[in-house]
Design a protein around this ligand. Structure first.
Ligand code: SAM
Ligand code: SF4
Length: 337
């Protein structure tokens, strides 16, 4: 078998989408992701260099991966991220490089990222009220996020999307302001259900503000939402059009409506561990291979085999609802959302 054949798992899912975490560090402390203090960051020497990330991406691109998203931790705290973007966009076969960011450092970096070839940006914005932002992020920064969104609009990325994690008892009052904010600026907004990946292990099922509940709030204000046809079955969001034709709103409902059956995503953590799922309990160590000092072709083939083994072991679903569900040891910021 050719080591670089497409990445098909045992359920026939073809993996073409790679999430790369470039750091586990962050400039805020969202409670659904990190602890407030005493955060256990990996030492710098354990974090993949841009050269190592580029090499890994080159190998999986040969196996059919064509989309890459940079995430973290907060990717913009890593120095000169645009250099990595430029390297990744130059890889044969990769035709889309995107970024997920909390937006705090985006105003400073939007232009240089766009120049480096970044096409799409997801900006996380859970709240438009300062108090709720602070309650979630446990740091100030809303103004900077809003400036980051403005800067992204100014430089003209192909697509800017706002991601809002929805938490019962905390963000209900943010739903309509966020929807209006996005509609007024022709930005796509996506609500994401809170998943059990918080470092404090405090998640409980009744903390999830479901997509269905949010659709109810939106419909009461803007009229009935109309489900749109999914262009790409692997995209996790269900999109709905507003009755007045002014834009769309999306829902990523991993808890209430898992979409694992069409998942095409593969992840590599900042410290070089390959994962087949956010909720995977196993990781495959690519860093060891990337740092081996022998024949380059042999290393690439070994990386390809490791990634194939990882994909082959992918389970049919995340199992959050299963009786024996075990949370992964690492939290969202350590995995890469
Ligand atoms: N720091 C960047 C940011 O916040 O956009 C990128 C990394 S963050 C881990 C990626 C996305 O995961 C963000 O949209 C964040 O809101 C979301 N996220 C983090 N923890 C989550 C959780 N427990 N459940 C659902 N989404 C979560
Ligand atoms: Fe940082 Fe993003 Fe996690 Fe919030 S969700 S703490 S911004 S990595």
């Amino acid at each position: 078998m050719n080591a670089f054949e497409p990445l098909v798992d045992s359920f026939g899912r073809v993996h073409t989408n790679l999430r790369i975490s470039v750091t586990d560090r962050c400039n805020i402390r969202c409670f659904y992701c990190m602890s407030d203090d005493h955060v256990d960051f990996k030492p710098r020497e354990e974090i993949l260099s841009y050269e190592e990330i580029e090499r890994f991406a080159g190998v999986v691109a040969r196996m059919g991966v064509n989309k890459v998203r940079l995430t973290g931790g907060e990717p913009l705290v890593r120095s000169d991220l645009a250099r990595l973007v430029a390297r990744l966009t130059a890889i044969d076969g990769i035709d889309d490089v995107a970024l997920t960011t909390n937006g705090i450092l985006l105003a400073e970096q939007a232009a240089v990222l766009k120049e480096a070839g970044l096409r799409r940006v997801n900006i996380s914005l859970d709240a438009l009220s300062e108090a709720t932002f602070r309650r979630i992020a446990r740091r100030d920064g809303l103004d900077r996020v809003l400036s980051g969104i403005e800067a992204a609009r100014q430089v003209g990325f192909e697509k800017i999307r706002l991601n809002a994690v929805a938490i019962r008892g905390i963000t209900e009052d943010e739903v309509l302001p966020l929807a209006r904010f996005a509609r007024e600026r022709s930005l796509e907004l996506r609500f994401i259900e809170y998943m059990p990946l918080d470092a404090d292990g405090a998640w409980q099922g009744d903390h999830v503000l479901t997509g269905e509940a949010i659709r109810g709030l939106l419909a009461a204000e803007f009229g009935p939402l109309e489900a749109t046809v999914r262009d790409d079955p692997a995209q996790p969001a269900a999109d709905f059009a507003y009755a007045d034709g002014q834009g769309r709103v999306g829902f990523i409902d991993p808890v209430s409506q898992p979409f694992c059956g069409d998942c095409n995503r593969l992840r590599i953590t900042a410290d070089g561990k390959v994962r087949n799922c956010l909720f995977s309990l196993t990781e495959w160590d690519a860093r060891g291979l990337l740092r081996r000092s022998e024949n380059g072709g042999k290393i690439d083939a070994d990386i390809a085999t490791l990634v194939r083994d990882c994909v082959a072991a992918k389970k049919p679903g995340h199992g959050i609802d299963d009786e024996g569900f075990i949370r992964p040891e690492r939290a969202m910021y350590q995995i890469g959302g």
